[in-house]
Design a protein around this ligand. Structure first.
Ligand code: GLP
Length: 253
């Protein structure tokens, strides 16, 4: 089912399989329109099924990634690239090593940078030089974060070094042996860097996101719930599973 609710196009899929295919379809559409598209990639548990679908389409000869330019949203800091928890590693494992993306076209904040302030400036400069993104893929944190823009008293516009919120550390502990291993800091694109994207594709597929998605669409626009800023973007598509669309759809039933 497809809905237009406020400024959001909301697509709801009943099964995990349909959700993965629908999510991938938006990325495919972008690449078919322009094979040299600049696409912002997200990490986390959410987009994995969508990336699997892209790999399948590639293996079937239906997609060419050779001209695609990529920028990732964020990275833990400090972290080595070969650490299997780094987002660099995640992207290789879940997408890049399986497709014909040109490694020269891949941008991921450098978790190994010695001067983190300079890394942030340079990453933003690269985004700016590219003219920002055509399509930004986003997940959403249980606290309403997008990338690692955590709840705060202000929106941080550009790429920055940040301290992770307790809720984020708790949420991401599932990927680690223990919560003590979860990094406490990260580098992340800022709110302006994300909002500058021509199109935004927000993906969610877990019932635990229902409430935060409802606040994203209907709540006050506030840096305490960073995703609420998406109410100010003119081209946001959400691809949701039915269980996490519940909170939003309750408003129109
Ligand atoms: C992570 C990432 C975000 C991601 C979010 C949700 O920590 N920094 O970019 O969208 O939190 O993660 P998940 O998809 O695992 O729920």
């Amino acid at each position: 089912m497809e809905y237009k609710i406020r400024n959001f196009k909301i697509i709801v899929e009943e099964t995990a399989d349909a959700w993965g295919k629908q999510s991938a379809a938006w990325i495919v559409k972008q690449l078919h329109e322009n094979p040299a598209s600049k696409i912002g990639f997200a990490t986390g548990g959410t987009p994995v099924a969508a990336y699997k679908e892209l790999i399948e389409l590639y293996n079937e000869g239906k997609l060419d990634f050779s001209r695609m330019i990529t920028f990732n949203l964020d990275e833990y800091y400090p972290i080595r690239r070969d650490n299997n928890q780094s987002y660099y590693y995640f992207m290789q494992e879940n997408l890049f090593s399986h497709i014909n993306v040109n490694p020269d076209n891949v941008h991921i904040p450098n978790g190994e940078a010695t001067d983190i302030a300079e890394e942030c400036v340079q990453y933003e400069k690269q985004l700016e030089a590219a003219g920002y993104l055509d399509l930004q893929i986003l997940g959403i944190g249980p606290n309403g974060h997008i990338a690692f823009n955590e709840p705060d008293d202000h929106f941080e516009p550009n790429t920055h070094h940040t301290t992770l919120d307790k809720k984020t550390i708790e949420a991401n502990a599932r990927f680690f042996n223990s919560i003590d291993e979860v990094p406490t800091h990260a580098v992340t694109m800022g709110i302006q860097s994300i909002m500058a994207s021509k199109k935004i594709l927000l993906l969610a597929n877990s019932a635990s996101k229902s409430e935060v998605l409802e606040s994203t669409v209907f709540g006050k626009i506030t840096p305490q719930l960073p995703a609420s800023v998406l109410q100010l973007h003119h081209d946001v598509t959400m691809v949701l599973t039915a269980d996490c669309a519940d909170g939003i759809l309750a408003h129109i039933r």
